[in-house]
Design a binder for this molecule. Structure first.
Ligand SMILES: NC(=O)c1ccc[n+]([C@@H]2O[C@H](COP(=O)([O-])OP(=O)(O)OC[C@H]3O[C@@H](n4cnc5c(N)ncnc54)[C@H](OP(=O)(O)O)[C@@H]3O)[C@@H](O)[C@H]2O)c1
Length: 261
């Protein structure tokens, strides 16, 4: 059991892929006091069956919350719903995991248009921006429960799930295999959001770090990915457990290696 993760945890995009596995391993590895708010667009839909089964397996520990990251009203409603349940403890860990990659891979320049750019930016950048803005009082509340300036994912943290192909420095070596203009630019913007939030919230001792999960076999990553969701999330959980002040405002991979911006 990971004693270094726990408390109130909010995860987006949890009905499939890495998000679903995050909820599973968080439920398994945290203590009985942990509360996991697992968000998805359609909690009642057929695409959320596995998540509903998981919530049934951990009654009281996993709560499913309806949340569409591209819709400001939906974000506001989800934050209100969670605020009512969280109470005095505040929010210890927010994982911004939900994201889209459009148009369909290989997403070459000639088939990519304004609509793709705007939709991807809205979900991958604007959504996480608004969500953090609205959850900030709860994150601050959790941070204030501890004294001192030590940051951790157990105290109060924002994890933005990014990708190695967001790295501007690494673009010359990664561009050909994954052109994806909307996705790459949105994740580079998410990195800047991470950096800005890290600067903004360090006064509150809230840790903000971007993590690359590896190339993972999911709907987004495809069948050729190097890692299963189990392997990726095992790594992410271990990295999250060990994050501290030195990692605030950084981009790391699932093994804890630093990736250049
Ligand atoms: N897989 C990889 O190789 C890889 C590599 C690097 C980084 N990542 C990052 O890892 C994270 C998870 O990726 P994944 O591979 O698990 O992707 P995935 O299998 O495509 O799952 C994406 C999740 O995001 C949700 N989502 C999409 N749009 C949403 C919206 N507007 N509001 C709320 N939820 C929304 C999806 O819900 P619906 O079912 O409702 O669509 C789904 O639960 C993403 O941030 C991705 O960029 C993945």
């Amino acid at each position: 059991m990971s004693e270094t993760l726990g408390g109130n945890i909010f995860v987006t995009g949890t009905n499939r892929g890495i998000g679903l596995e995050l909820v599973k391993q968080l439920a398994e590895k945290t203590g009985p006091e942990a509360r996991i708010y697992a968000c998805c667009r359609q909690p009642e839909g057929s695409g959320a069956e596995a998540l509903r089964a998981l919530a049934t397996q951990y009654p009281g520990k996993i709560t499913i919350i309806k949340l569409d990251m591209s819709d400001e009203d939906s974000i506001s409603a989800a934050v209100q719903a969670v605020s009512k349940q969280i109470g005095a403890g505040g929010l210890n860990l927010l994982i911004n995991n939900a994201a889209i990659n459009k148009p369909a891979v290989p997403a070459l320049l000639d088939v990519t248009g304004k609509k793709d750019m705007m939709e991807v930016y809205e979900t991958n950048v604007v959504g996480p921006f608004l969500l953090v803005k609205m959850l900030l009082p709860l994150l601050q509340r959790a941070a204030e429960k501890d004294s001192g300036d030590k940051m951790s994912c157990r105290r109060s943290a924002i994890i933005n799930i990014s990708t190695v192909i967001s790295s501007i420095e690494k673009c010359p070596e990664t561009f050909t295999m994954a052109q994806m203009y909307p996705y790459r630019t949105s994740k580079a913007a998410l990195n800047m959001l991470t950096r800005c939030q890290a600067e903004n919230f360090k006064i509150n001792n809230i840790l903000v770090t971007a993590l690359h999960p590896g190339w993972v076999r999911t709907d987004m990553g495809g069948k050729e990915g190097h890692l299963s969701t189990q392997e990726s999330v095992y790594g992410l959980m271990s990295v999250m457990s060990s994050l501290s002040n030195k990692d605030c405002g950084m981009l790391l991979d699932w093994e804890g290696n630093r990736i250049p911006w």
